[in-house]
Design a protein around this ligand. Structure first.
Ligand code: 2P0
Length: 348
């Protein structure tokens, strides 16, 4: 059925409302740097794992009865002049254009973990928005199309469309038509896989990832070195996932994250996200591994939180050992989670 959104009758009686839940994801081989900032095209491909209990739930409704857009994020009504408002507005226009309509939009969204602090909140936020728009507007997009469009909200959101282990392909074409993510293995593939998220501070980070990425590409002399080693990391990471080899996976992920931070630290002016708890966690995990032969490996995104890659049989030992670091505000244990899904309970 082709819906004509200009038909007044249909607009009054049709509910263009949907709610989606998307989990965040943690990159095991990071996305860092854009070859095209407008189309959000990365210089390098990346591999992530979608996490099971760090999520965003979002309800959207397009309505003729709304006098203006209304975006409520974590109980806060956004002002039209805010960057976040424009990001959601611009993102919604992609889907409105696909549907051939231009109604006002209400969005209510909640994320169950600290946002803008290096926990990839934009990944779950824009993946949930994309899926909710798709359903509300009956667009019937495929997963690959959803991933491609989610990318325009935030690059890492392209990966949160899927559960389990996911690869976002950088693509070769200038128009980005081959730039989307695909699932490598689903969320049930490796039941013992764990990520321990250590919240070292719920404060927002001082430089947004988008700006940090831009500055690194433009000013770090290490950026080319980063690009030269990423392909190898990607190939080896896929092998480690295929073999369920936690040691190889952890070592590649840890080294990849530290290389990414080396490009940030050598940017001008430098971007150093780590706080004292971040550093203590890094050193403790290295000690756990070297002295006690525990399979634990760190990864850190554009922020101060530390995520520890380990397995179900080691997780309690890791957590107990790290509980001495009093600055850590919260530990969250996570396993591979599902991709984005539509739910029937709305937030309004
Ligand atoms: C990642 N990060 O692969 C990398 C590692 C942070 C460090 O993707 O500009 O919010 O919206 O595409 O996706 C965070 O950056 O950036 C990110 P935009 P995004 O997860």
């Amino acid at each position: 059925m082709v819906i004509n959104f200009n038909d007044e009758y249909i607009l009054i009686f049709m509910s263009m409302k949907a709610t989606a839940v998307a989990n965040t994801n943690i990159a095991l081989v990071k996305y860092w740097g854009k070859r095209n900032e407008e189309l959000i095209l990365p210089y390098n491909s990346s591999i992530s794992v979608t996490l099971n209990n760090l999520f965003t739930i979002t309800t959207v409704e397009f309505s003729k009865n709304l006098p203006h857009n209304e975006f409520v994020i974590n109980n806060r009504l956004l002002n039209e002049n805010e960057v976040e408002y424009s990001r959601i507005d611009n993102f919604s226009r992609i889907f409105k254009k696909l549907a051939g309509m231009d109604l006002n939009l209400k969005v209510v969204s909640k994320t169950n973990f600290p946002i803008a602090s290096g926990l990839a909140s934009s990944a779950s936020a824009f993946a949930a928005l994309a899926a909710a728009f798709n359903t509300a507007l009956s667009l019937n997009l495929t997963y690959e199309e959803l991933s491609k469009y989610a990318r325009f909200g935030s690059g890492s959101a392209s990966r949160s469309i899927y559960g389990g282990f996911v690869k976002w392909f950088k693509g070769e074409f200038d128009d980005g038509s081959d730039c989307f993510a695909k699932q490598i293995k689903d969320e049930n593939y490796w039941p013992d896989f764990r990520i321990l998220v250590c919240i070292t501070s719920s404060k927002e980070k001082f430089v947004k990832s988008r700006e940090a990425m831009h500055r690194t590409v433009k000013t770090s002399e290490f950026y080319d070195a980063w690009l030269q080693t990423v392909e190898k990391d990607l190939d080896e990471m896929e092998i480690a996932i295929n073999n369920r080899d936690i040691r190889s996976l952890g070592l590649i992920a840890e080294n990849n994250a530290l290389k990414m931070h080396a490009t940030m630290i050598t940017s001008k002016p430098p971007i150093i996200y780590w706080n004292s708890a971040t550093l203590k966690l890094i050193k403790s995990v290295l000690r756990l591994r070297e002295e006690f032969k525990v399979n634990a490996y760190i990864t850190i995104d554009a922020g101060h939180q530390v995520k520890i890659i380990t397995t179900s049989d080691e997780i309690d030992r890791v957590k107990n050992y790290l509980s001495d670091i009093k600055e850590v505000e919260q530990f969250i244990v996570s396993s591979p989670g599902q991709g984005v899904k539509i739910v029937q309970e709305h937030l309004f």
